[in-house]
Design a protein around this ligand. Structure first.
Ligand code: NAP
Length: 282
């Protein structure tokens, strides 16, 4: 552990892009930090964090520990508390601080692409961990959010909408995932965010909703980043929609982590280049 100042804890972790992305920044800026991978089971978390808080600056947290680490956190950021999950820990003066930069990463990527969500109608597809983080952050940024999830698990999306409305005093609506209702919603949508694994490698033929329902004025983001251009993005582009890949979210959540850990504003382009290179190499 003492070989690394920063790292990722989760299970499994070996396919993560985070070491390449963060280490490239440290190398480029001449910073003497190293980012490592720590494959941990749930019963190993407490011991790891106890030791890490004296030896490391911080860590990222991934599946399946984003909720499991919360009992070991002394203070949660507003976002992490609302979302109910942590993707970043910072160790400071013997204390453990918990943050969630996933939603912010998505919002910053949309900003960068020219689609700030403030005051916009944003439709999010999915009701899992990523959709949860994105929907809370989008509401915090002043977006009008609607959610839609596959019909067979409707209770999850209904629960998420109630929680958002209760905790943030917003008016998040749930839209049935059927063509007619989606078409109506999409005719009044500025930004569509797809936040399910559908279309991810090796199931690249997958698409959650028919692209024919999406008007050309809607900006379409797919948070799936492997492949770089999902079927949803390809078809949306063919229809004339502006499209945003999931790489932006991945990179910007990492940018926010470096701000938290080190107080630096890392070079986004370097991080993006490294991720795209790694994805192209398969
Ligand atoms: P998750 O917690 O497992 O949630 C998955 C969501 O997708 C659930 O709403 C689930 O619906 C839905 N879903 C799963 N399989 C489906 C299918 N075959 N048809 C329709 N809906 C389906 O996963 P997550 O953590 O939210 O991640 C979702 C995706 O986002 C993953 O591909 C992940 O790699 C990607 N991601 C990207 C970034 C980034 O930085 N770009 C960050 C985080 C995640 P049910 O509730 O009905 O099961």
């Amino acid at each position: 552990m003492s070989d690394f100042e920063l790292g990722l804890i989760g299970h499994p972790v070996e396919h993560s892009m985070s070491p390449a992305m963060h280490n490239a920044v440290f190398e480029g800026l001449g910073l003497d930090f190293r980012y490592g991978l720590f494959d941990l089971l749930e019963n190993e978390l407490e011991g790891f964090i106890e030791k890490a808080k004296d030896e490391m600056i911080g860590v990222n947290v991934t599946i399946p520990h984003k909720v499991n680490v919360i009992p070991f956190v002394d203070k949660l950021s507003r976002e992490a508390e609302l979302i109910g999950a942590v993707n970043t820990l910072k160790f400071e003066d013997g204390r453990v601080l918990g943050f969630n930069t996933d939603g912010l990463g998505c919002v910053k990527a949309l900003d960068e692409a020219g689609f700030p969500v403030k005051g916009k109608n944003v439709l999010i597809l999915g009701a899992g961990g990523a959709a949860r983080a994105i929907s809370f952050q989008a509401v915090l940024e002043g977006a009008n959010v609607s959610l839609s999830n596959r019909e067979e698990e409707k209770q999850m999306v209904l629960n998420l909408a109630s929680e958002l409305n209760e905790k943030t005093k917003s008016e998040v609506m749930v839209v049935d995932m059927v063509d007619e209702t989606l078409a109506r919603e999409l005719s009044n949508t500025d930004v569509l965010v797809h936040a399910t694994p559908v279309g991810m490698h090796p199931h690249e033929d997958g698409i959650l909703i028919s692209s024919e329902l999406i008007p050309s004025e809607v900006a379409v983001m797919d948070i799936v980043y492997n492949p770089l251009e999902t079927r949803l993005l390809r078809e949306a582009k063919e229809r004339g929609c502006p499209t945003i890949s999931g790489v932006g979210m991945l990179v910007h959540q990492g940018v926010e982590c470096e701000k938290i850990w080190l107080g630096i504003d890392p070079p986004v382009d370097v991080m993006k280049k490294i991720v795209i290179q790694a994805l192209n190499q398969g």
